[in-house]
Write a protein that binds this ligand. Sequence first.
Ligand code: FAD
Length: 379
Amino acid sequence: MNKILIIGAGIIGMLTARLLCKAGVSVTIIEQGYAGQESSWAGGGIISPLYPWRYSDPVTSLAQWGQQHYPDVLADIHLNSGIDPEYIQSGLLYLDIEDELEQAVKWEKNHAYDFAALSGEQLKAVEPGLASFGDDKKGWFTQSIAQVRNPRLVRALREDLLRLGVTIEQQTQAVSFITRGEKVTGIETDKGSFTGDKVVVAGGAWSARLLEQWVRVPKIAPVKGQMIVFKAEPGVVSRIVLSQGRYVIPRKDGRVVLGSTLEFNDFDKTTTDDVLQELKQEAYRIIPALKNYPVEKQWAGLRPGSIDGVPYIGEHPELKNLYLNAGHFRNGVVIGLASCQLLVNQLLGQETIVDPTPYLLSEERLVNDSKEIDLRRAI
Ligand SMILES: Cc1cc2nc3c(=O)[nH]c(=O)nc-3n(C[C@H](O)[C@H](O)[C@H](O)COP(=O)(O)OP(=O)(O)OC[C@H]3O[C@@H](n4cnc5c(N)ncnc54)[C@H](O)[C@@H]3O)c2cc1C
């Protein structure tokens, strides 16, 4: 195979390009903005679904593969790019999961995670910055969960790709496909046309918008998440803490990220003062010392929402040589590495790392997932 074109330079497009390039394929990425500036920049970088027991087996399989392989892949990207994506095994502390504890314990045991129950006193020992919820407060801790710092990860990936010889055409928007018969042979962009043997759409939340003029597409819709970061100091928090759907993520330099909202507003990325105030209160509720530090920045990103968070990975049944890897929703970092490896296995005719069936654009998924289902009910 000579050349593959990828639409979208988010984590999915860039990890796919990296794997293809290492397999000797020539790759060009078409990016309408700048590489790694959308959802993949905006995310929290937790290398785990937030409440993993709530997800289906197809999400779990990709997540576990990613958790196993990220340390080596990230070390290699760090070495080649000179940029540290800050992979840290900070552990994940769960509060307030009493209502689903039975399900959580069973799931964690079945999937061989370390999942320890903590008393109020032990909670404080694991995370001294935690608010005093009282002696009878319980928590659960999974030490093995890691995080990565998104803005650094995407910068490192971009640099790594450039050093490997991948071409990234920035500020170039894919507007349509070039076809011959039932085959895709290239992409038409606002800066001219590009030809390739295969085309991969990794356009995140925008993927369906491009595809729907050509083929049937399942629902992939933008779901906004607002986040804030405190300019705190090292030691204020050292664990990822999850409480009532909100999470605190301590970065290496002491900054602390607090997220995030789930908003269904089309492609609107504005941030609001209401959410800023709410996220600050949530942060103080979990880690009171954050009151002593300023909020440095507030931002929003658009997750590529899909019905059940299971991404669409594979060739489109209606147009040969057109592939999709999109719809990772809240888990594009943790499941992204495996999803890209699975797609590359298919592109190169290799044995796949997991059974590809649940992720394919099957007739059933094309029909069922394209119905007007409200994503709010689907997650
Ligand atoms: C607030 C927030 C917190 C999150 N936290 C986590 C977390 O802790 N852990 C986790 O695993 N995941 C998390 N996620 C989800 C994760 O970030 C996403 O699932 C992932 O980034 C999706 O990657 P992507 O490459 O598909 O999309 P994107 O990063 O959005 O990239 C898509 C790219 O395609 C480009 N594009 C689209 N259409 C075109 C076109 N026609 N022509 C050219 N270019 C095009 C876009 O400009 C964009 O750069 C979070 C997301 C958000 C918003």
